[in-house]
Design a protein. Structure first.
Length: 462
């Protein structure tokens, strides 16, 4: 996509060169926002952003009235027919990413854990070596030279299966060399078992390491304690500091699960950034197996205010030429600039699958041992019938109220696991966050256009 992802559009100055579009629905196919004295229009299909004559556009909408469709209003602006996303689901997508639940057990007793304290509601177990190696072989089975695949390790607490992680990683490196395929590695860990030797291994293989931290000190400990009730924060920091000091090929990030009990996001972000984490991101707890610590509408309103506060600090730092590794903001700026538009929220059930300790295949790591996301096994292969049904049913055009939402191709319909198990309590939060991000994108594009020249400028100092 050309730089920048903003074209000039005026209802008073009609120009033939604007890219054409086609729309269904009543005013759900565009979203108007203003930055300073400039007005912009996000066109839902293809996620394109136009600078508009705001007064003229408003007059056009007023004159046409609600009886006119988005198609007619936008056609009057010479935004002509084209459609990037239709109703067809993905068909037989190639597998490019696997996550291995190498240990369906955990040494923490987190109150909200989707894995139900690591064992996914069943008997605690570890992945046998032959299952891990078979999963790696499956990942490379359909790979093409020059491509990239990704292998992730999760749990429970994956470092309970440290020997499996190392063996599977080495096997993947060997298979990658044989197939001329690049391999990316990642691990999500609670940090309580990580050692400097683990750090050496992760650095050697360029792992993306994500540490689960839910705040600072006692705030974290209230949510992520050991099973005996003692806090884990200080032990995690002691274990992780050597990794933060050695990270070069590996990147050590922090992921914060947000509940009604840890809503001080700005303090958490600043503390973790100052500790040296490569990036820090937040995710609301929307679907807990026990129902505990789930975010309600009032909590999400507070979280949105906090997220916007963090985002404004991001804008300030970037405009000043600094760095502020707020990963939610970095990802949003990247996707808006690329014009990301998608019929699904992620690759779950398509190019990405989760593998249970006993070799089951599931839509993602959150669906391990959950029949709602079961898609076959390593021994029998991907169940094409189940996968086709999944991809058909989870398409955003078959989700409500997504079909009438201006944010549908940026959001993709929301996390499948959360939607299936709780519904959509976060739609207003998501729209609010995306609306802010649109404002921030236009602001940064005016003040720091060089920030968007290369993707790596989004995550490193200018």
């Amino acid at each position: 996509m050309s730089l920048p992802n903003i074209a000039t559009l005026s209802t008073q100055r009609r120009r033939e060169e604007y890219s054409p579009y086609w729309f269904d629905g009543e005013f759900s196919d565009w979203h108007r926002f203003d930055v300073g004295d400039r007005s912009y229009l996000l066109v839902t299909d293809q996620s394109r952003i136009f600078e508009i004559d705001g007064a003229a556009f408003d007059e056009l909408v007023h004159q046409r009235g609600s009886a006119q469709t988005s198609e007619q209003i936008l056609a009057a602006c010479r935004i002509m027919p084209t459609k990037a996303i239709d109703d067809r689901p993905l068909e037989s997508p190639p597998l490019r990413s696997l996550s291995l639940a190498v240990a369906q057990k955990c040494n923490l007793g987190c109150t909200y854990c989707y894995a139900q304290e690591g064992n996914f509601g069943g008997t605690a177990k570890k992945m046998p070596l032959d299952v891990a190696l078979a999963a790696v072989d499956r990942l490379f089975a359909d790979s093409v030279p020059g491509e990239r695949v990704n292998l992730s390790f999760l749990g429970g607490e994956p470092l309970i299966g440290r020997n499996i992680i190392r063996a599977a990683t080495r096997h993947a490196v060997q298979r990658g060399d044989e197939h001329a395929v690049r391999v990316g590695f990642s691990i999500t860990t609670n940090g309580t078992l990580v050692t400097p030797e683990d750090g050496d291994f992760f650095e050697q293989h360029g792992f993306a390491v994500t540490i689960s931290l839910d705040g600072v000190g006692e705030t974290h400990d209230r949510q992520r304690s050991f099973k005996n009730g003692s806090g884990s924060y200080e032990q995690i920091l002691a274990n992780v500091r050597p990794l933060l000091a050695m990270q070069y090929r590996m990147q050590v990030s922090a992921r914060v699960t947000v509940t009604p009990r840890n809503l001080e996001l700005q303090k958490t972000l600043d503390t973790l950034v100052n500790l040296g984490f490569h990036s820090v991101g937040f995710s609301p707890m929307l679907a807990s197996p026990s129902g505990r610590d789930e975010m309600e509408h009032d909590d999400l309103d507070i979280m949105l205010d906090q997220m916007v506060s963090c985002g404004r600090e991001f804008e300030r730092r970037m405009i000043g030429g600094g760095r502020y590794p707020f990963s939610n903001m970095v990802a949003a700026m990247q996707e808006l600039h690329r014009g990301t538009h998608r019929p699904y929220p992620c690759g779950a059930g398509a190019g990405y699958l989760g593998v249970s300790a006993d070799g089951g295949l599931f839509a993602c790591h959150r669906f391990v041992d959950d029949g709602a996301g079961a898609l076959g096994s390593l021994t029998q292969g991907i169940d094409s019938v189940q996968q086709s049904a999944w991809l058909h049913n989870r398409h955003v055009h078959r989700q409500e109220p997504c079909r009438s939402c201006w944010a549908r191709y940026l959001c993709g319909g929301g996390c499948h696991h959360e939607v299936i198990h709780r519904g959509r309590p976060a739609c207003d939060y998501i729209r609010g966050w995306l609306d802010y991000c649109l404002h921030a994108y236009a602001h940064l594009l005016m003040e720091r256009p060089d920030y968007f020249v290369h993707d790596n400028s989004l995550v490193t100092s200018a």
